[in-house]
Each structure stands twice: as C-alpha cells, then as structure tokens.
Ligand binder design. Structure first.
Ligand code: DNO
Length: 359
C-alpha cells in the first residue's frame, strides 16, 4: 500500500506540496485538474505540467480523483457518445503521462452530501456532519446555500457553482430514471472505455455514493455489497474496479466493511480510510459526524479495515480521508493538513504492525 494525500492543485488547495512531503511515509498525491468541467478533454500538456510540479516537490502523482462524469452520460442521453469520446481522450492523455488510476463517481446531481461543514466537537475541533432531520427539512436546491457559509472560501469538490446552477433542471431530467437505468448507463460507459483502460493499464475506481442511499429521491446505486458486486460482474474486467471508501459505505450501518473488502479482492484499486461517529444510528433520526481516524474515537474498527485490505493483498494507493479542523487551521472543510497528517501516520502505524505480525 502506498500512503498518499489528496491535493487539489496549488491554485485551490490551502495545503502545499512541501507540507505533504514532510508527512512521514507519504510518497504520493491524489490530484486533479480542479478547474476542468465534466465532459471537457484534459490536454496532455496540462497533465504533464501538473506532473512536473508534483515531481519537483519530491512526490509523484499516484492517481486522479476525480475525472468527473458528465450528467448526460449518467442520464444516457444521445449526447453521451461525444462525451464518452472526450473521456476516452482524457484517459489516453493520462495513460501517455504514465498515470494509471482514475477515481470517479456515478452519483446523479449531487456528489457527497453533508448537512454541516463545521460541527463543533467536544474538544473544540470542527468536523463535517450529517443529520437526516436537516435533509428532510431542505429542498434540494437549497442544499448548497445551507452549507455555503462554512466553506472557508473553498470550492468544495462536487459542489462546484456551475453544477449547482442547474440543480432544478437536472432534477426534472432524472424524474423517470430508475436505479436499473443508472446501472445500464454505467455499463454502457464502462464498456466503451474498457479498451483504452486495457491499452494503457488504467484502473477505474468508482467511488461509492455518500451517504450510501438515495437522497432527495434521486437513484443511487453504489451503496452496498450486492450492488458493487453486480457492477463488477456487469463489466467483468479488472480495470473496472473500486475506490473502497470506508466513510461512504460506512454511513449505512448494515454494510459490513471488512466483509465487503474481502469480497472485492483484486478489484479494489484505491482506498479512502476514515472514521465516523454515530450519535444516533436510527435511520429516521440519523445523526453522525466525521471523527478522528483512531478507532476508539468513532464507530468503526480501523484495524479491521486495514487488516482486510492487507489480507486481500491490496497494494494500491491509500489515503486518510476527511479530517477535522484542528489547531486553528483554516482550510477546505475535510481537507486541511493537520488532522489528515495524523490520520496518515496512524494508518501507517496500523500497516506496519499488521505487516510485522504477519511475518
Ligand atoms: C468528498 C469526496 C468525493 C469524491 C468523489 C469521487 O470529499 O469523497 O467528492 O472525491 O465522489 O469522484
């Protein structure tokens, strides 16, 4: 496993490559061209420049998170063929630059959903949080405004203003789209891109829906073991794989995370490891917050999660996930430096202990 950190690029991130380089055991970054729009071709020149910038700091690019999918592809509209052709061009350009991992998601309209970006925890740190009550009281178009005041001036991934401007129209378009349609549209997309993934050995790693259930009546499919295995079988190519995101699958307490990991042997290409603390686990009154990574601070057993990854022979990039804001840091919610650095160090400790006790 290679320990990595997500980095949004020097124009957008409050964390620098030099800071990331100083976290013990972090050798790579997971990055993106954050100012590109879904459907746009990423030029080889821009990818090359990004790569040079990262390498100049002594790190390297371990993968891309994300190359986002245009809504027309998810909706299965006739325009999808051109958009998929563009996606393929981007993959070719990434492959030519020796980048072999792409994380993406297939969530309609919204990417991840949280109802608070800065809940104050008892120790004075702040964390992202979710309550079902807040979601039930919101109309979807107001989702973004309801949290916009807490972004610390950052553009939040998945909540880009251009995307939010079209929320109403998008809801109309998804009105008759079922979960099965979404599976079909995903299959269509994957079948078209698999040849280029094979040619350049690009591992596609789908990110789960977060939270792992349909929100605002929109279908969501990457939510549980049954569905992810259905997707793996539907396009049975090792390049069709998974980002195993503990914090996203873990929102649904029926998901047995270590068991899911074991059932995905050979198909996990990227791992996001984080801990959640459930204040109220009842689905109707659900309330959870993002906890420090340490097992005893939240509801998940991080040792069992990392152990399962080790046991299936996972050797791809792994990263700490959302961190809290601690020590007075001001940054993109979830993506500050300090708490993620603590997370990376803790996970590295778990990996060392598991490796040594297995020798
Ligand atoms: C949020 C992230 C997601 C994730 C995308 C992957 O913090 O986990 O935005 O990167 O869903 O495409």
């Amino acid at each position: 496993m290679e320990m990595t950190l997500r980095w949004y690029g020097s124009k957008f991130d409050t964390v620098t490559l030099q800071q990331i380089r100083q976290i013990p055991g972090v050798t790579g970054v997971i990055t993106t061209l954050y100012d590109t729009k879904p459907g746009e071709v990423w030029s080889q020149e821009r990818i090359h420049a990004l790569k040079e910038e990262v390498e100049a700091s002594g790190l390297h690019i371990s993968g891309i998170e994300s190359v986002n999918i245009h809504e027309d592809i998810k909706l299965g509209k006739p325009s999808r063929d051109q958009l998929i052709a563009n996606y393929i061009e981007t993959l070719e350009n990434l492959g030519r630059e020796d980048i072999h991992l792409v994380c993406y998601n297939f969530m309609p309209v919204f990417d991840w959903t949280r109802t608070e970006l800065a809940r104050v925890l008892p120790d004075g740190s702040t964390a992202l949080a979710y309550t079902q009550k807040a979601v039930d009281e919101l109309v979807p178009e107001e989702m973004f405004e309801s949290i916009a005041g807490d972004t610390n001036g950052s553009v939040m991934p998945g909540w880009e203003p251009e995307r939010m401007a079209h929320v109403k129209e998008l809801f109309e378009e998804y009105k008759n789209v079922t979960a099965d349609d979404l599976f079909e549209n995903l299959k269509y997309f994957l079948e078209k891109i698999m040849p280029v993934c094979n040619q350049y050995d690009i591992k596609m790693a789908i990110h789960p829906d977060d939270p792992a259930w349909p929100v605002f009546g929109l279908p969501r499919i990457i939510t549980c073991k049954e569905n992810i295995l259905r997707m793996m079988k539907m396009v049975d190519d090792p390049h069709n794989g998974v980002t195993f995101c503990a914090g996203s699958y873990g929102t649904n307490l029926n998901n047995d995370l270590p068991d899911m990991i074991r059932s995905l042997k050979g198909r996990i290409h990227f791992a996001h490891v984080r801990n959640l603390k459930f204040i109220d686990p009842n689905p109707e009154t659900l309330n959870f917050e993002e906890a420090p990574h340490l097992s005893r601070c939240g509801s998940f057993d991080l040792y069992e999660i990392v152990k399962a990854l080790y046991d299936i022979g996972f050797d791809g990039p792994i990263r700490p996930d959302h961190g809290r804001m601690i020590w007075g840091e001001v940054g993109m919610p979830g993506y500050g430096l300090y708490d993620r650095a603590l997370g990376a160090t803790y996970i590295n400790g778990l990996i060392e202990a598991i490796e040594k006790s297995n020798k």
